[in-house]
Ligand binder design. Sequence first.
Ligand SMILES: NC(=O)c1ccc[n+]([C@@H]2O[C@H](COP(=O)([O-])OP(=O)(O)OC[C@H]3O[C@@H](n4cnc5c(N)ncnc54)[C@H](OP(=O)(O)O)[C@@H]3O)[C@@H](O)[C@H]2O)c1
Length: 251
Amino acid sequence: MKIGIIGVGKLATAIVGGLIKTNKADEIVLSPRNKTNSQLLSRRYKHVRVAKDNQAVADECDWVFLTLPPSVATHEIQKLTFSKETSVISCIATLPHTECQKLIGDTVPVYKAFPLPSISHCDGPLAYYPCDAMIKPFLAGMGELFPCKDENAFRPLAAITSLIASHYAVQNTLQNWLVKNDIEPKVARNYLNDLTSSVTHLARQTEVDFNELIQSASTSQGLNEQAMKMLSEQGICRDIEATLDSIISRL
Ligand SMILES: NC(=O)c1ccc[n+]([C@@H]2O[C@H](COP(=O)([O-])OP(=O)(O)OC[C@H]3O[C@@H](n4cnc5c(N)ncnc54)[C@H](OP(=O)(O)O)[C@@H]3O)[C@@H](O)[C@H]2O)c1
């Protein structure tokens, strides 16, 4: 199977890592842009090759990931032609599936997916739609699959991922605070990573909902209860909801 990627930046680099790990492709064909990234990947992996242009990727491959920047996506996609034997997976966050399908044409299978950088380790949630007999086996192994029945089921899952950078910003704030309190940066980082994975691990082990986990983490008049109360009074949860409402309107 030949798998192509058009738009070789951060996400495409992560997808190549996942494809290599799962051994899915006989060959991975990349668009030439970005030149540094595509050449680096083709030097790193023997199954990766750089095509002469975007159309050559579309012509040669059985599956094509579109990972173009939103600013140029519509313009670039409408210049391309795909045969009906090629399946296209658009990862362009702000381009709705219906619009992408229209640009590519009705005869070509077009999917929308939302891989994350963790796909390079075949890890993390991977939401996609529409769901049919072809896409599931193709994506299997590249992460935890979240098939969505339609665009309305897909958009909220995609919107949530906009908080990844903010999550790291919180971790960064916590690390800086620990360092200010004389904890070595490396110890601070390890401690925070351990704390984050242990609370996630605990949540995964149980069926109880997050609200119950808040209660079980909070001793009456204890530290968690105080911190939660102070942050809630400052409207942190309300602000996060408002941010997500704004993000989803772009998807
Ligand atoms: N990053 C994520 O975690 C993530 C998650 C889900 C979805 N997405 C979506 O994936 C897409 C890519 O995101 P990204 O973070 O990987 O961005 P990125 O790092 O900027 O990658 C986009 C790549 O496309 C290249 N490009 C620009 N114009 C092109 C053209 N006309 N033809 C071919 N390639 C072209 C860029 O090359 P130059 O550097 O030369 O401009 C760049 O290397 C976006 O639509 C985003 O919404 C990203």
